[in-house]
Design a protein around this ligand. Structure first.
Ligand code: FAD
Length: 276
């Protein structure tokens, strides 16, 4: 079996100290030789400058970088100019998203859904970028039905996406079912599972409620039982997530994308246990 490809996701830090810490995290993770590092982008352009600065720094270290680009609240002119900047920087991969409009923030802008952004990127830049899109094995919380969500995913790939990264999940069957359904619809693009290490239960529970990722009851109960004992939370998390990754790779997942939360430790330990 070929060695699976893997990648790491960061969010752009808010302070110079955060930037320094992230550079140290990056150094540790770069030693594992990932395919690329991705950098998130706040909807409505709220992190645009910080995302760009983080992307520049990663590029300056001669590492592969994939900026996320969320289109909600944005204009065509704004996206066009950002794409030009990325092209000039030599960026070759983009994660194209709709994003979620922060409440109380202005109009939704000139793009309604991610497939429109994918079409726009292709129309503006041809085949320059490898375009990743988001996929939801447990389905997107706003989708009218599972079928609609699959049709939407197919639309994004038809618009020109090369591959997908999933929302995180802890139930491998949801991923295998989703991939099977996509293949039945004729979607052949690689679908890489997004992996969320478990570091702090309260934070994970909050994220999961927001994005509609299920924490299975047996995991929730076990994690709740540890209370503030973060050491036990992390030890349990490492065991469970390692097993999940092993199952995914054995079942044919083409790679893994780690949501690092800007910390090297948990993702590095997972990679070590997985022999990556
Ligand atoms: P879309 O694909 O547009 O789908 C959004 C919803 O609309 C779905 O329910 C879909 O079924 C429905 N839909 C799509 N097209 C249509 C249509 N034509 N008619 C009716 N319904 C339709 N957010 C950020 O703000 N910044 C980030 O950097 C970021 N990175 C992410 C990375 C990954 C790997 C993932 C999985 C998510 C990320 N997100 C990020 C979160 C993401 O922006 C949200 O999940 C958002 O709610 C949906 O974005 P999308 O690109 O999947 O949207």
């Amino acid at each position: 079996m070929n060695k699976p490809l893997f990648s790491f996701e960061f969010f752009p830090p808010q302070t110079p100290e955060g930037m320094e810490k992230l550079a140290a995290t990056r150094k540790q993770l770069a030693a594992l030789n990932p395919e690329f590092f991705s950098v998130t982008f706040g909807a409505g352009g709220s992190t645009q400058e910080r995302t760009l600065e983080t992307v520049r720094q990663i590029k300056a270290e001669a590492l592969q970088v994939a900026p996320h680009l969320s289109c909600v609240g944005s204009t065509r002119d704004n996206v066009r100019s950002l794409l030009q900047t990325y092209q000039q920087l030599g960026v070759k991969r983009i994660v194209a998203l709709r994003g979620d409009m922060p409440s109380g923030m202005g109009s939704i802008g000139e793009f309604q859904y991610a497939n429109e952004l994918v079409s726009f990127i292709r129309a503006q830049t041809g085949e320059h970028f490898h375009i990743e899109v988001a996929a939801y094995p447990e389905f997107h919380p706003q989708a009218k039905s599972a079928r609609d969500d699959l049709a939407n995913f197919k639309r994004k790939v038809a618009a020109g996406a090369n591959s997908a990264i999933t929302q995180y999940f802890y139930n491998a069957d949801s991923y295998f079912y989703f991939v099977d359904e996509c293949r039945k619809l004729g979607v052949t693009a690689p679908i890489v599972p997004g992996i969320m290490p478990i570091v702090k239960y309260s934070q994970l529970a909050r994220f999961s409620d927001m994005c509609g990722a299920e924490i299975p009851r047996w995991m929730r109960k076990t994690l709740e039982g540890y209370g503030d004992d973060n050491e036990s939370v992390q030890a349990f998390g490492l065991d469970v997530v390692t097993q999940l990754c092993e199952k995914l790779l054995a079942g044919g997942a083409p790679g893994l994308h780690f949501y690092t939360l800007n910390q090297a430790g948990p993702s590095r330990e997972l990679c070590k246990r997985l022999g990556l």
